[in-house]
Design a protein around this ligand. Structure first.
Ligand code: GLU
Length: 328
């Protein structure tokens, strides 16, 4: 093993780690809908209840190119809902150097390698996909020889050398977790051929350098937490964050709330004359604050919300919910 690659200056946290810190991390590709809004409202309420500092981080690296004005629109709708933050916005695309520094460290320590195999080449080499796992696990047989490398070629995909064995952690809401990314996912992409970090790497580098201690987000990212913890360890980042993964809002078909369930974007409700208090009233019922929806400002939600009495089951968005928002 070569000696650990010294962290570059850009690895230093840009935010004081002395106070517990959480983040709102919207991706400006999909405008904020009722599902993300509930997650952000709960994150904000927990921060206000526990005196955590809040960072706003715009995750504009993941997914398609961001339309002009999308970042401003995301910030505007969060303010409209009544949310606030102490630091930021940090915009990921503005400085890729911290992610490159992490890549140099992983590649130098023989924990990452370039890999431009196509999906069909990977599928041909993999065994039948397991139930509930959507990605084809990357078969270890496709690994190239592993040795320290310079991180020079930014326009190719790079994978992380996923170590064998389970990753265990305690989720503050979802409870004890034991996940096995080596067998369900294999070596995953941490740098993409679009010359930018993948979501998994970007989120770890940012949470570390921005001093994030408490991560609150939807439970669709629960299995990402295992990959992210492996990256924390490989990069010698500590302390590891505490995770709180929240239940999701689903459509009538049981799928995670999305465009196919109709337009539930906050900006669409705002344009239809719906008040933020009414949106929060519905989110409050969904969060166990009230038995029926009743309009309330964000500050009342923060005073009344209790994580330990919130139902752990996912919520279904119904046509009655939509009608109530519109005042029908
Ligand atoms: N940007 C991601 C999203 O909007 C959140 C990522 C995270 O919380 O780690 O779904």
């Amino acid at each position: 093993m070569p000696p650990p690659h010294p962290p570059s200056p850009s690895h230093r946290p840009t935010v004081s780690p002395s106070r517990p810190t959480t983040r709102l991390a919207p991706s400006p590709t999909g405008a904020l809908h009722l599902g993300n809004a509930r997650t952000f409202l709960i994150t904000w309420a927990l921060a206000r209840q526990n005196n955590w500092s809040i960072i706003l981080r715009i995750e504009d690296l993941d997914g398609p190119r961001i339309k002009p004005g999308a970042i401003e629109a995301t910030i505007d709708i969060l303010h409209w809902l009544g949310l606030s933050w102490d630091t930021g916005p940090f915009i990921q695309s503005h400085d890729l150097e911290p992610y490159r520094a992490a890549m140099r460290s992983l590649a130098h320590n023989a924990l990452a390698y370039p890999s431009d195999l196509s999906r069909s080449e990977i599928e041909a080499a993999a065994s039948a996909p397991q139930e509930g796992v959507h990605e084809t696990p990357f078969p270890a047989s496709l690994r190239p020889p592993i040795h320290p490398r310079p991180f020079i070629d930014e326009s190719t995909n790079w994978r992380f050398l996923t170590p064998p064995g389970p990753v265990e952690f305690h989720d503050h809401f979802a409870g004890p977790q034991r996940l096995d990314p080596a067998s369900t996912i294999g070596d995953f992409i941490i740098w993409t051929k679009r010359a930018q970090p993948s979501y998994q790497l970007a989120v770890v580098v940012d949470d570390h350098r921005q001093g994030v201690t408490h991560i609150v987000r939807g439970n669709d990212l629960l299995d990402s937490a295992a990959r992210q913890l492996l990256l924390y360890r490989a990069l010698h980042f500590s302390p590891e964050p505490r995770y709180t993964h929240l239940p999701l809002i689903r459509g009538h078909d049981g799928k995670r709330l999305a465009k196919r369930h109709g337009d539930t974007r906050l900006e669409t409700y705002r344009a239809a004359g719906v008040s933020p208090e009414r949106i929060i009233g519905l989110l409050a019922m969904w969060s166990g604050v009230t038995p029926n929806p009743e309009p309330m400002p964000a500050a009342d939600f923060a005073a009344r919300f209790r994580l330990n009495t919130m139902s752990p089951t996912d919520i279904t968005f119904t046509s009655e919910n939509h009608a109530w928002l519109l005042g029908n």
